[in-house]
Design a protein. Sequence first.
Length: 414
Amino acid sequence: MPSPDWAHTRPFSSSLPRFPRAPARTNCSSSLSLCPSRGLMPLVLPDSPSPLQRNKQPVKQMSGTGSASHRPSKPSPPLPAPRWLSLNRPTPLASLALLLLAAAAVFLYSQTAARSYESIGEVPPLSSPTVGTIDGVRAIWELPAAAAPARAVLFVAHGCRCRPENFWPPSPRCTGCVGLPEDVAITELALRRRFAVLAVASAGDCWSPKEVNGAKRVIRSWAAKHGIEGLPVAALGASSGGYFVSRLAAEMSLAAVVIMIAEGAFGGADGALPAVYPPTMFIHMPKDGRRAALLERNSKMLMKNGVEVKELQSLEFPLTPTLLSERIPGLDRELSERIWTAFREEGFVDDNGYMKEDGRATPWKDALVKRGFWKEVSPWADHIQEELNLAYGYHEMTSLHAEEMFDWIEKHLK
């Protein structure tokens, strides 16, 4: 996601473990009172898979990265072979044992990956979206399989300079779809939970409050056309989209609203809430101290007005050699390991694998160009950028809490 905004953004799964924390890093800004500390052993290239599996500033528009210059250079040397591959003249029995161990390792890895992918929607996609226009607004939508009819509607609002195509992988039905990993994970889990998913494009780079009435009409006409107008509607928006759905919730009946990496925009000119406002969930990254403080203020205001509020925090986590291949379908493990090695050797991560700087400020593209394998990586650049931003824990769409989020939404379906 680009940089923070009421005007911008982009959520994978709750399957990430909670990492132990200890003394704070020396470069952790003192202005971030919630900056997590760490106590992990230094990372080394493992032979087994990692446990990890598979943005913008408020303005009048609801609004926020960068490009890198590329300097071709020599490719980096290949990774050293694991020690067990350098055994001298193994006996036939030892060779057979090694083959069996290798086969077992491959099998166990594939099974682990399959289970992890399934837990977050990373199995052969259900994807069969429809791309079209509704009342003149560009939209993409998908309904659950006919065998399991929809039980609710999920309206999703993208962030600044993002688009509905981020929420579905490329397919014959959506050749322009991008399929960013965090976004797709949410869509796939929603479909598995029998939500009909609707995403529409903002009129400009970011959402404007003036689009609220149009969004209401789009949701209602789309639901009527598909015979689901009686179903409860939940709304999810990230960054600019988060501000937008907080406004939408004041103008139409919603079962629940999820505001991601945004503090929301509540009340009219007089600052008053409507008499009825839906249960509200905030998912945010406390490393963004300013936004966390505003969010706390708005949470207290909502609760004072009788609104049920829930808060989830998305914290930073370390990169591992296989993180990118585990969270980005189609990016293979070997390439993920090469990228991680480059990050380590360039000093982009600390001894525990945590990113030293925001992914948007890290010149990782230059580094991969210099090492000679940018061409292999470039098709995945946006996907990788999203995961780097997420790992740093600052203003990015996140599906890390998707299961908990949908559990909470489902409690409020009527």
